[in-house]
Design a protein around this ligand. Sequence first.
Ligand code: SF4
Ligand code: SF4
Length: 451
Amino acid sequence: MEQNSNQVDEAKQTPQTPESAGIEPAQQMGQMRQALKKNLSRKILAMLGSCVNCGLCAESCHYYCSTGDSAVIPANKFDVLARVLQTYFHPVKSRLPFSANNHLDEEALAGLYTAAFENCTLCAKCALTCPMGINTGEILSLARAMLCSIGRLPSGLMKPVETAIEIGNYVGLSTEDFVENIEWLAEELADEIGDPDFSVPIDKQNAEVLYIPHPLETRDLPFLLMYCIKILHAAGEDYTFSSYDFDTANYAYYQGNKDNMMRIARRMLDAREKLQAKTIVLSPCGHGYRVMRWEAEKYLGKRFDFPPVRTFIELIHRYLREGRIRVEKNKFEGPITYHDPCNIARRGGVIEAPRDVLHALTSDFVEMQPNRARNFCCGGGGGLASTADFGKIRATVGKTKAEQIRQTGAKIVVTNCFNCLTQIRDLIQIYELEGVEVKSIVELVSESLIR
Ligand code: SF4
Ligand code: SF4
């Protein structure tokens, strides 16, 4: 497919300084080859060889829809990796002593980095459109793994993963601070609930639910965590927090590095094991849910020996169905629309539960077009929202989402993922969506509770 000037490239800022700069070319190739060997599946190989150049994937990708740039058509993005594999990793040609292609030059590395980390959010929407079932995001995860092996990563996917592995959560919050913050929240809620004995359980044994919050809720946005706790309390849930693991996020998934991903995931599994909680429920976080619901078991090669990990909206849905909580309808003025986070809906399978909950909350619900599994990515996924340097790219490729929101005429955009919340908040400002605000579905439920 023909390529032209890259409008997304114009939007991007200075690329990260590669740690790979200090690695000898031969060593660099060795590390990338190892990562390739570890991550190249038959499925990816088949996808790489199946493209019929029909171009249908173009309109499914928010990068192309927002920019009209043919370089960001999904097929052209994975072709960058296909060419690198063919040129530098061919099992015979690349090893010939006289070959000029026995190591990647800076231009090839930079092209791969742009395709893998800047120009794809791994949202998988293209896979639904492609007649051959090609998932460009899945292919580019392999490119991410190869780049990760030489330390060539965006800053937002480097430090947070190191911190999560070293300290136990990606913001580096200490256990003492976590416990102190939860106790403070409990005191605040005791006043609001009118129960001086109210407390939030931490490290309780044998609870039905181990609730894992997003560490930013605990550290910076406690009101979001208060909404969750109020719902758990109202439903009479037998729940607990863990002082050992309090991080839903898993940015190693976006590195493409499965070992790092499992190091982080194991901490959560260990936390459940220590407390003998019946199951794990996660605060709204798209990729965190994807990892714990679908990726971790796949990587381990066996099912967890406890019920499936849930995202909080699934639990809320059950509470409403079972009459454990009641909500006031139309407490929030509509129209209200819902943004399906890619990793919760298309890649997570949680599609109707949030809609049922929203129908209980409002009689003025309006769908985005397209919606559900075919919804467009907000542009903040794949680690873009966590990397400050990608701000301009996020703004550019979020245009499609901003237009989708504008067309609904909604006053409130509800979503169910921390990164989507951040991205849509930014898009509302950038694209001047006047009178529109974005809210977490948990906030709407919590604020509408009938006591
Ligand atoms: S996975 Fe998403 S962002 Fe990546 S190419 Fe496909 S549609 Fe575009
Ligand atoms: S839709 Fe599939 S087959 Fe057609 S160009 Fe895109 S990746 Fe290739």
